[in-house]
Design a protein around this ligand. Structure first.
Ligand SMILES: [Zn+2]
Length: 554
């Protein structure tokens, strides 16, 4: 999911306007209202849900745009990893379950409060594999403000046709599927999707197309196969009278020749074509930095959607009006394509580490700009975004959190700046290796944690970095420095961080020269020519700020 300043303002305006209308001057009620609008995903994983591993999904979904309804059969195949006597899945209470079958036989169930419970008469032992088929239907939750308030988006094109998308980042997939609504468990064997929509519309979903067939009742069923693990919140479909725009992807080293498709509304084909022409170069550059595109057996595709953007695996939603940003690139295009690596191939196991997905995708914007326009352009890009950092709370809480709890404006730009500050310390080569290796197995196609990132960073840098992460991730305010000793006429100036042991080198401008001041144990000194102007230069280098009233050392 992208974040753009103009949309932050819009989202805030919507949140404030809607919230204020419901509960003027009553922040608590407003907060409760907001909470009531989300079916939060992740958080503490219950023992019942920790007791099984999701292996695959087999989904059949029929979409009725006129009634804003769906009818579905979801097959969920699981393997027990601990003894269990009840299978517990999440499915929004707005949907009505008609029938449940366990390994093909009708089974008893209870669907209450968004939980689907299936008692297992014989109990399951670790290693047992079973498939639950759930028949259900209804009118799913409607999004109030996609992609910030999740749900179905039932939009209409300018020509009056249905234009349908899903927003599921915070709510998770249980707003339309029976799932374990937690990011830690991806279906290792992938998924199949059969999507049925009225004839005249194009239905799209994740994975490789297996073709489409017309049905006697005036509908069309398209079939899709996902060959990779896919985090449940990334499952999706899009429906509209789409037309396909095709470019060719040559791969990181020019050895491939594959189609890459943008599905556009017919009335936007001209602008979409201009935007999509940039996509092969963006994708190739991301592949050079992070390893080859992770889902070559599925497809490379984006789709015009009635929401700003969302990283649905191999069917990324794009809705940013085809604008070129002041940086000279389409930032949403780059950001969302980067999510195929950061978020989709490499997903966080707990939303507490949400910043890894969004911070890395945001940093990819700067890296693409660096490849295209040079390092100074990338530094200027990050610097221009620095004012978006709010520092209201720490990026990481250090405990399981839901997506709603962990979502914060700072997971984007501040997350990118944490990476950029690490790069200042460990260097360009180690950072490039860190990104390449963190995007490769065993992290690729898996769920990851902050601890794994920290361990890998130490390994590639060959230095101890335990001091780095807590200061940036577990505290709201950024590291602060102060000059500790300087006097007119003296030839030395010393600095200290506000945290003992925080050892980030300090970039200091001495006259025309940028000097790296080592700060072992949190402090360091620098010899300077008498009378030379000395200034800490964080711009474009590190996320840090002077202690109040110590902005300038001289
Ligand atoms: Zn994003």
């Amino acid at each position: 999911m992208p974040l753009r300043p103009r949309h932050v303002a819009l989202a805030l305006a919507i949140a404030l306007a809607v919230g204020a209308a419901v509960a003027l001057l009553v922040p608590l009620v407003r907060q409760l209202w907001w909470q009531s609008q989300i079916l939060d995903s992740g958080g503490d994983l219950s023992p019942a849900q920790a007791a099984y591993d999701v292996r695959r999904f087999d989904l059949e979904v029929t979409v009725d745009p006129a009634r804003r309804a769906i009818a579905a059969r979801a097959g969920v195949t699981v393997v027990a990893v601990a003894p269990l006597d009840e299978l517990v899945l999440d499915l929004d209470r707005r949907l009505r379950v008609a029938r449940v079958a366990l390994d093909g036989r009708p089974a008893r169930f209870r669907h209450r409060g968004g939980r689907l419970r299936v008692p297992l008469a014989a109990g399951w032992a670790p290693g047992e594999r079973h498939t639950l088929d759930v028949d259900y239907a209804g009118r799913p939750k409607v999004s109030g403000a996609p992609p910030w308030l999740d749900g179905f988006v039932w939009e209409t094109t300018a020509s009056g046709a249905p234009w349908i998308a899903l927003s599921t980042q915070v709510d998770g997939a249980d707003l339309w599927l029976p799932v374990k609504d937690h990011p830690s468990d991806e279906p290792d064997e992938g998924a199949t999707i059969a999507l049925t929509v009225p004839a005249g519309l194009v239905g799209l979903s994740n994975g490789r197309s297996l073709g489409a067939t017309a049905n006697a009742d005036g509908t069309v069923t398209s079939r899709w196969r996902v060959h990779y693990p896919i985090n449940a919140y990334l499952l999706t479909f899009n429906v509209a009278p789409y037309v396909a725009l095709e470019e060719r992807y040559r791969g990181a080293d020019g050895a491939l020749d594959l189609p890459m498709t943008f599905w556009t509304l017919p009335e936007h084909a001209r602008e979409a074509r201009a935007m999509w022409r940039q996509a092969p170069a963006v994708l190739a550059e991301l592949a050079r930095r992070f390893g080859e595109f992770p889902f070559l057996d599925d497809k490379i595709a984006m789709v015009e959607a009635p929401l700003l953007g969302m990283e649905h695996q191999t069917l990324i939603a794009y809705g940013d009006d085809f604008v070129v940003d002041p940086s000279g690139i389409d930032e949403t295009l780059v950001h969302e394509l980067a999510h195929e690596w950061w978020g989709n191939a490499v997903s966080v196991a707990d939303w507490d580490d949400f910043w890894i997905q969004e911070g890395f995708a945001t940093y990819a914007e700067a890296l693409y700009l660096e490849s295209r326009d040079g390092a100074a352009a990338a530094r200027a890009y990050l610097e221009a975004k620095r004012p978006e950092i709010a520092n209201r709370r720490a990026l990481v809480a250090g405990r399981p959190r839901t997506a709603g709890e962990a979502y914060d404006v700072d997971i984007y730009v501040k997350g990118a700046w944490v990476l950029h500050s690490l790069r200042w310390q460990i260097g360009d080569a180690a950072t490039a290796e860190l990104l390449r290796r963190f995007a490769a197995p065993p992290y690729r196609y898996a769920v990851v944690s902050q601890a794994q990132l920290a361990a890998l960073a130490e390994e590639v840098a060959g230095v101890e970095l335990d001091w780095f992460w807590p200061r940036y991730l577990r505290r709201a305010e950024p590291p602060r420095y102060r000059p500790t000793r300087s006097a007119a006429g003296r030839d030395e100036i010393c600095f200290a961080w506000d945290t003992p042991g925080f050892a980030l080198d300090l970039p200091v401008r001495v006259g025309a020269e940028l000097v790296r001041v080592a700060m072992p144990a949190g402090a360091g000194c620098l010899a300077v020519p008498a009378g030379a102007p000395v200034e800490v230069e964080t711009a474009g280098r590190i996320l840090a700020e002077p202690e109040p009233a110590a902005a300038r050392a001289d």
